[in-house]
Design a protein around this ligand. Structure first.
Ligand SMILES: C[S@@+](CC[C@H](N)C(=O)[O-])C[C@H]1O[C@@H](n2cnc3c(N)ncnc32)[C@H](O)[C@@H]1O
Length: 223
């Protein structure tokens, strides 16, 4: 049984060859093959420990012929065009951005399923400013925690109309976990604004940006 976050990621994947970067336990690759959502998976990790655990789990489920493990950092384990879908999940938005920048050619040739644990605003900006289209977004809820899942591919980037939309894209309005995301964002923006109000090195630009985010947030409270 997968957690809601991993279930949500799996539900967005369908491919012949799928790359799971930072696979850790390999729960996602196993579920992808078991459910028929992927024919083959390349499961990679930077560290030997998690990759060993992945290998044992894959073997236990009898999928060693369909899930290949590779040791290495980011997308460097894949050749361009090798995987039609690439998953990068459970990592910080900045690290995900770093990986996409480092192996741009590979990133641009696959459909991307990204699940950033933070810096979602910055990651959306990076994607769109670098020519990626955000094809879909989804959310999962575990306890009080909301997780974002972003589907993107290179080409046909559509910049959002307002700066605020990079924080909460309009496609998430009406999502069953919208209220949870709303509450999380409100707490985050208020904390930043209060922090800046009390900071000795007052950052006017950032303060005004987050005041604007709070104002926009209030306007969508009851949508
Ligand atoms: C928090 S776990 C997430 C595991 C899984 N993707 C998930 O969503 O549950 C992060 C995993 O990524 C691996 N990792 C960290 N940096 C990496 C990198 N640059 N390239 C590949 N794997 C990395 C870690 O060793 C760890 O197993």
């Amino acid at each position: 049984m997968l957690t809601p976050r991993l279930e949500c990621i799996v539900s967005h994947v369908r491919g012949r060859v799928v790359g799971d970067i930072g696979c850790d336990h390999a729960y996602v690759p196993i579920q992808l093959v078991e459910s028929g959502r992927a024919e083959r998976v390349i499961a990679s990790d930077l560290n030997r420990g998690p990759l060993e655990a992945a290998r044992r789990n894959i073997e236990k489920h009898g999928f060693s012929d369909r899930i290949e493990t590779r040791l290495g950092g980011g997308l460097s384990v894949l050749a361009p065009n090798e995987a039609d879908v690439i998953i990068i999940a459970g990592m910080g938005g900045e690290l995900i951005e770093e990986m996409l920048r480092a192996d741009e050619e590979t990133a641009k040739k696959s459909h991307l399923i990204l699940q950033p644990m933070n810096s979602q605003y910055e990651l959306r900006k990076f994607l769109i400013l670098n020519g990626y289209k955000i094809a879909a977004e989804d959310m999962a809820l575990e306890g009080f925690k909301v997780y974002n899942v972003i589907e993107a591919h290179f080409g046909g980037a559509e910049p959002f109309e307002r700066e605020f939309d990079y924080q909460i894209p309009p496609c998430l309005y009406g999502h069953r976990y919208f209220k949870n995301l709303y509450a999380k964002k409100k707490r985050e923006f208020e904390k930043i604004v209060h922090g800046l109000e009390n900071a000795s090195d007052y950052n006017k630009e950032k303060y005004e940006l987050y005041k604007y985010f709070l104002k926009e947030l209030n306007e969508i409270e009851n949508i």
